[in-house]
Design a protein around this ligand. Structure first.
Ligand code: BES
Ligand code: MN
Ligand code: ZN
Length: 534
């Protein structure tokens, strides 16, 4: 049996660009991370008729009821607005929208009317509000607006205040700060280049609305970082690149420190499981450790543990070719940890949070781990690797054991762990597993509140025996049945010393097909969970 089992590496000097380091690099530069645009959000009292802006957004409700702002525009226009909406069949249903160019009687250059659906006791439902807000960027995308004014402060939403409304707007429109075309030699021609967003509210709402805008934009910045890192290809976003991004996050931040453990240190720690995944790769593996200290010294931290496989070929248990490119997204757990820390530093939240990212490629090579190999994890448990494509659990188990040293009050790991989770839940819900009911409840609640939902699956002992091995303490796969559950069962063996939850984001972290791209999930859920702790 190999102990801390990574076989000796070839003598290739490994840098972030291992094979081309002496020549001019042909790898394109990611400019999105270098200079992210920032939208300026503010809340103030506006006159919808006289306010000069590139685009003004107003509300209508089912049955063609106009909001106060929309009514005053209608009155300024000899009621031509109502006539026009009728003619176009606009009824104010949730999700409906109509964009008018060169509207008459008002100072705005464009007028976007959004449908918010039916009113119940004078209020709009949370779902309908979110749907309408999502329409803003969609509807304005073809226009060259840079300054947008949103006269929606007058809406009441069931059980929510202006802070919440403002947050939705900034969380949504703030995502326009990220563009996925940074690696095209000529950026795609997108007209909308938002620079300034004004939320029109009543005077006494301004302070609360401003807070919501700040919170929403901070979440958007975290989501954008997670999306950017996810979308970057494996030849740019290597373990070394992720480590550099973590250090960049901590630069000039008094509350955040970052430490990067190299393979040599991991070997000394006995991380034979993690290193067995890195064995086939030319890129050096890294264990990235982030510590955010915003709370009291003696407060136990929450720990976020991310799977950071920057490319998952499957290793010797090689994956089939179709859609294999999407395995660049196998570091989205790590990206969600970095994204959450981005939001944490932006908001300077008064809590303690630890981040642990286990990052490597999973590659086949002469040095790669083979099916049947047995390795020893940091916890001392021996593992029979029956399938080298079940590598996420192999890196996470050692990261979980490492996390024990922080004496965390809760540990949440985030991983694109199993294809089976995509089959079970599709791309709507993240799979949640936990050894602690209170923690599970808090995460489910945070998911509901942030519209980034998770759904709990069982972690019963009944499933554990699927991981029995004839030759080692545990096997790394549990057969075809309940693949997501047995993956979580594997992790649970290494999470006995703390309250722990596992988020399987294989279905939610990115979209496939024509709209291929990282979603930034579950940053909203994680940030909401941390906010609820603060
Ligand atoms: N990263 C994959 C999981 C994955 C696959 C996520 C497809 C999203 C889409 C993971 O490392 C993996 O390969 N899991 C295997 C486990 C199996 C070998 C037990 C899987 O799901 O097929
Ligand atoms: Mn895999
Ligand atoms: Zn994987």
């Amino acid at each position: 049996m190999t102990s801390a089992s990574a076989p000796a590496k070839k003598t290739v000097k490994k840098t972030s660009d291992a094979k081309t380091s002496s020549k001019k690099s042909t790898t394109p530069k990611n400019t999105a991370a270098a200079k992210p645009a920032s939208i300026q959000f503010s809340a103030k009292v506006i006159d919808p008729v006289k306010h000069a802006t590139n685009a003004l957004v107003v509300a209508a409700y089912e049955g063609l009821k106009l909001s106060p702002s929309a009514s005053s525009i209608d009155a300024a226009d000899a009621h031509q607005l109502t006539a026009l909406l009728k003619r176009e069949g606009f009824q104010g249903k949730a999700g409906q929208s109509i964009l008018l160019l060169n509207p008459q009687g008002i100072a705005a250059e464009r007028l976007l009317i959004l449908g918010f659906g039916g009113l119940k006791d004078g209020s709009v439902s949370v779902e309908n509000y979110r749907r309408a807000v999502q329409k803003i960027s969609e509807a304005l995308k073809p226009t060259p607006s840079s300054d947008v004014t949103i006269a929606l402060g007058e809406i009441t939403v069931t059980d929510q205040d202006i802070n919440w409304q403002a947050r939705q707007i900034a969380e949504n429109l703030g995502q326009l700060e990220y563009r996925a075309d940074s690696l095209k030699s000529k950026p795609a021609e997108i007209s909308l280049q938002l620079k300034k967003v004004v939320l029109g509210t009543a005077k006494d709402q301004v302070p609360n609305a401003t807070k919501g805008l700040i919170l929403g934009q901070a979440i958007a910045k975290g989501v954008n970082l997670a999306r950017n890192l996810g979308d970057l290809p494996g030849n740019i976003c290597t373990p070394t690149y992720l480590a550099e991004q973590a250090k960049l996050l901590a630069k000039g931040q008094a509350k955040l420190s970052v430490d990067v453990l190299e393979e040599k240190q991991m070997k000394e720690l006995g991380m034979g499981s993690f290193l067995s995944v890195a064995a086939g790769s030319e890129q050096p593996a890294k264990l990235i450790v982030l510590e955010y200290k915003g709370g009291n010294k003696k407060d136990a931290p929450v720990a976020l543990v991310g799977k950071g496989i920057t490319f998952d070929t499957g290793g010797i248990s090689l994956k089939p070719g179709p859609a294999m490119d999407e395995m660049k997204y196998d570091m989205c757990g790590a990206a969600s940890v970095l994204g959450s820390f981005r939001t944490l530093v932006e908001l300077q939240l008064p809590i303690n949070v630890v981040g642990v990212i286990a990052t490597t490629e999973n590659m086949p090579s002469g040095a790669a781990t083979k099916p049947g190999d047995i390795v020893t994890s940091m916890a001392g448990l021996t593992i029979e690797i029956l399938n080298t494509d079940a590598e996420g659990r192999l890196v996470l188990c050692d990261a979980l054991t490492y996390t024990e040293r922080f004496k965390p009050k809760a540990v949440v790991d985030i991983a694109t762990l199993t294809g089976a989770c995509v089959i079970a839940l599709g791309n709507h819900a993240t799979g949640l597993f936990s050894n602690n009911d209170d923690l599970a409840k808090s995460l489910l609640k945070a998911g509901e509140e942030s519209a980034d939902r998770a759904w709990q699956l069982p972690l019963w002992d009944d499933y554990q025996k699927q991981l029995d091995s004839n030759f080692a303490d545990i096997a790394n796969i549990g057969g075809r049945e309940a693949g997501s559950v047995t993956a979580a069962c594997f992790l649970s063996r290494f999470a006995k010393k703390f309250a722990w939850a596992h988020l399987d984001i294989a279905g939610t972290a990115w979209r496939s097909g024509g709209a291929k791209g990282a979603t930034g999930r579950p940053v909203p859920l994680l940030v909401q969970y941390l906010l609820n702790q603060a």
